[in-house]
Design a binder for this molecule. Structure first.
Ligand code: HEC
Length: 249
C-alpha cells in the first residue's frame, strides 16, 4: 500500500476518534462541541488590536498591523531600496550554497538534471540560449530579492540576511561578474554592472504595438483594414498558425 493511502486512513481514523467522545456523551450537543473547537482555535489566534476590529465591507477580517505588513513587505528594488543592513562574501557564500543550493543548482551553478543553471557560457544570441544569472539578469539586487523570497526551493525565506548576501556574492562570482574578495551589502550590490543590464527594452518596436489606446469615440471595427503585417520584416519568428496566411487586404 502506498504511503499516502496509509496516511489517509490514519487521518480518517483519528477524525473518528475525535468525534466519538462528543457522540457518546448524551448531554453534549454538536453545537457545544463546535463552539469548544472554535474557542480552542480562537485561543491560538493572535490578539487583534482594537482599532482594527472595524467591520469591513464583507464583515470579516481586520486591518493588518504594521508588523504584519512588514513581514510581507520584503521587496528590494533595482536601485537597492529595501536591501537590509548586513553583508556576506564569496567564500562564506560558497559554503552555504554547498549546503542549501548545490543539490539542485550544481556546485558551480551548472544545474543538476532539469533544475535551472545559474552560471555557464551560453550566449543569449545562441540558437538555443540557456538563460543564466550572468547572461540574463539585469540587476544584482533582484538576485538578492529572489533568493531571499523564493529559495531554497523547499524552505523559502528561511536564510539569514547575511547568508543571502554571501550566496548572492558567490553566484555573481561564479558568473565572473565580481572578484573573489567581493563583499555584498546594500551599498555594493546596486553598483554591480550586470552584463545584460541594457538588454531589456521598455518599448516594443513592432509597428502595431506603439499606439495610444482609444478610450472613447473609437473607430468602428468594420472600418479597420489591415494594410501591413510584421511578416517579412524580420521582427517575428515564423509561426505555423494563421499569422503566416495573414496578408494585407
Ligand atoms: C530542491 C531544489 C532547489 C534547491 C535546494 C534550490 N533551488 Fe533554486 N530553484 C529551484 C527551482 C525548481 C527553480 C525554478 C523556480 C521557478 O522557476 O519558479 C529555482 C530557481 C532559482 C533561481 C532563478 C534561476 C533563473 O534564472 O530563473 C535562482 C537564482 C535560485 N534558484 C537560487 C537558489 C539558491 C541561492 C538556493 C540555495 C539557497 C537554491 N536556489 C536552492 C530549485 C531549487
Amino acid at each position: 500500500m502506498s504511503n499516502w493511502v496509509e496516511s489517509l486512513i490514519a487521518a480518517a481514523f483519528a477524525a473518528l476518534l475525535f468525534i466519538a467522545p462528543a457522540a457518546a456523551a448524551p448531554g453534549a450537543s454538536a453545537e457545544a462541541s463546535t463552539s469548544a473547537a472554535a474557542r480552542a482555535l480562537a485561543a491560538d489566534a493572535p490578539a487583534v488590536p482594537a482599532e482594527s476590529r472595524r467591520v469591513g465591507y464583507y464583515g470579516y477580517g481586520h486591518v493588518p498591523s504594521p508588523q504584519a505588513i512588514a513581514g510581507w513587505s520584503i521587496a528590494v528594488r533595482p536601485d537597492g531600496q529595501g536591501l537590509p543592513p548586513g553583508q556576506g562574501g564569496v567564500a562564506h557564500g560558497a559554503d552555504v550554497y554547498a549546503q542549501q543550493c548545490a543539490a539542485c543548482h550544481g556546485t558551480f551553478g551548472e544545474g543538476e538534471a532539469r533544475y535551472p543553471k545559474l552560471a555557464g557560457n551560453s550566449k543569449l544570441t545562441a540558437d538555443r540560449p540557456v538563460k543564466t544569472v550572468g547572461n540574463y539578469w539585469p540587476y544584482a539586487t533582484t538576485l538578492w530579492d529572489y533568493i531571499d523570497r523564493a529559495m531554497p526551493f523547499p524552505s523559502p525565506h528561511s536564510l539569514s540576511v547575511d547568508d543571502v548576501y554571501a550566496i548572492t556574492a558567490y553566484i555573481l562570482n561564479l558568473n565572473n561578474i565580481v572578484p573573489d574578495n567581493f563583499i555584498a551589502d546594500h551599498n555594493s550590490l546596486p553598483k554591480v554592472k550586470m552584463p545584460n543590464r541594457h538588454g531589456f527594452i521598455l518599448r516594443d518596436p513592432r509597428p502595431d504595438t506603439d499606439d495610444v489606446a482609444c478610450m472613447s469615440r473609437c473607430l468602428s471595427p468594420q472600418a479597420v483594414r489591415i494594410v501591413s503585417t510584421a511578416e517579412g520584416k524580420g521582427l517575428t519568428p515564423r509561426t505555423t498558425g494563421p499569422l503566416d496566411e495573414m496578408a494585407p487586404k
